[in-house]
Ligand binder design. Structure first.
Ligand code: GDP
Ligand code: MG
Length: 439
């Protein structure tokens, strides 16, 4: 799936503008990826509408290709959809865990306790499950593995009583994590029980624990727990399996909350704090969009700050001077080295680079820096009209820039090559141009 999204993005390579077909194609691929990751249909539709509108309305800024621009839009809209991670101050607090049986509450309680202990806090797990046989032993063993305080009562039969005793018994702890019983389905007694525990321990936050494989069922669960105890965040477990966890977004949406932690294995260390970019990449089956998005952002800002009204299209009117070339190179530079930018898009890095002539890379790296130094040593007159640069000036510029005459000549050649290309564009009518751009 990620592969077909990538390949439809690859067809945008070299384009500066997107047409409706391009956008429709990309949006369809994104929909396919998200639906197969269990993201709710109506969420997918909302998201794709926003992407479509923005991709068609917003112009790729100078120095940015249509492909990078659309990737940035996709990333931003996905961030909007998945949200930031649930705020978790590193201070004393009580956290209540809710969820159905088997969702991963007991495992997550120990994992979270371990996580807080790595942050220098003293955590304790309080086990209140009197419903499931063996619940006490399982929780005790996991707390031992996490090397954290533990309270439970193997013979108790009143979860609220155990919760009260647990809060007292763990008075020395900073962070108390209260594990609760689950049921196979949302039964009334489960809801009544967790409501009572909630009143007893008065948690600072309540987290809903969901299996990554949950699909449409997330909605009802989220609504019920939200109504009974209020949900501040979601923990997605079992992300080490094949499920991508998109169903949890339904719960996030339903509860107006966010994602707190991701679980990815059976040991107490298999936990990570939720972080949008990794999760987004996983949902889309693509590499790190965040870094790319940030680079595009930086390139945009700097281009705007430096030269408010520079538009690549201006090159198509009037003459293409060395100043224009310099601006173009500056914009490229801000994106970072070309090969790095490409490497961030998996599946593209190696293949694309092989197709580029060796020379092309040279220009973007070492030679580009030399070219910039050369242009800094040139007068305004020379930059506006490079034809005045003869033998003598070449020598002066080479000396002034600490390069050599050969490199100065290469720069002038590169410029006149680009100038010729631009002149060909200028010779065409508006319609021809649009067609060329789309190729
Ligand atoms: P609870 O009923 O909600 O307390 O769920 P448990 O914590 O007992 O977990 C149910 C099962 O899922 C156990 O076999 C756990 O080992 C397993 N489990 C929990 N979290 C993860 C995870 O992130 N990855 C994997 N692979 N298994 C998990
Ligand atoms: Mg349990």
């Amino acid at each position: 799936l990620g592969t077909s999204l990538r390949s439809s993005l690859d067809t945008l390579q070299g384009k500066t503008r997107l047409d409706e077909d391009d956008v429709e194609e990309i949006v369809k691929e994104i929909q396919r990826s998200l639906l197969s990751a269990d993201v709710d249909v109506s969420l997918v539709m909302e998201l794709s509408d926003s992407i479509e509108t923005r991709a068609l309305e917003e112009e790729p800024p100078g120095g940015t290709t249509a492909r990078d621009h659309v990737l940035k839009i996709v990333y931003e809209e996905m961030v909007e959809l998945v949200g930031d991670s649930t705020a978790l101050p590193l201070e004393p607090q009580t956290i209540l865990l809710a969820g159905l049986q088997g969702s991963g509450k007991t495992t997550s309680a120990a994992k979270m306790a371990w996580w807080f202990s790595t942050k220098g806090l003293r955590p304790a797990v309080i086990q209140t499950d009197t419903f499931r046989p063996g619940a006490y032993d399982q929780a005790e063993q996991m707390a031992e593995r996490a090397e954290v305080d533990f309270y439970g009562d193997p013979d108790g039969d009143d979860p609220v009583e155990i919760a009260r005793e647990g809060m007292e018994a763990t008075a020395d702890a900073d962070v108390r994590i209260v594990d609760t019983a689950g049921r196979h389905a949302l039964e009334d007694d489960l809801i009544a029980e967790i409501e009572e525990i909630e009143r007893e321990v008065d948690p600072d936050r309540s987290l809903l624990v969901l299996d990554a494989a949950i699909g449409q069922g997330a909605k009802d669960q989220a609504r019920q727990f939200e109504e009974s105890i209020g949900i501040d965040g979601v923990v997605i477990t079992k992300l080490d399996g094949t499920a991508k966890g998109g169903g949890a977004l339904t719960a996030v949406n339903e509860t107006g909350s966010s994602i707190a932690f991701l679980g990815s294995g059976e040991t107490v260390q298999d936990i990570e704090r939720f972080e949008p970019s990794g999760f987004i990449s996983r949902l889309l089956g693509m590499g790190d969009l965040k870094q790319l998005s940030e680079r595009v952002e930086r390139a945009m800002q700097e281009t705007q700050e430096e030269d408010d009204d520079w538009d690549p299209e201006d090159m198509l009117e009037g003459s293409f001077t060395l100043k224009d070339m310099k601006k173009q190179m500056d914009a490229m530079n801000r994106m970072g080295p070309l090969d790095q930018v490409m490497d961030m898009i998996p599946g593209l890095g190696g293949g694309m680079m092989d197709q580029l002539p060796d020379d092309a890379m040279d220009v973007t790296q070492d030679r580009m820096r030399k070219f910039e130094r050369i242009m800094d040593s040139m007068t305004d007159e020379e930059l506006e009209n490079p034809r005045v640069v003869g033998q003598e000036r070449t020598r002066r510029i080479a000396r002034g820039s600490g390069t050599d005459e050969e490199t100065v000549r290469q720069l002038l050649e590169q410029h006149s090559m680009m100038e010729r290309t631009i002149e060909q564009f200028q010779g065409m009518g508006e319609g021809d141009m649009q067609r060329m751009m789309k190729k």
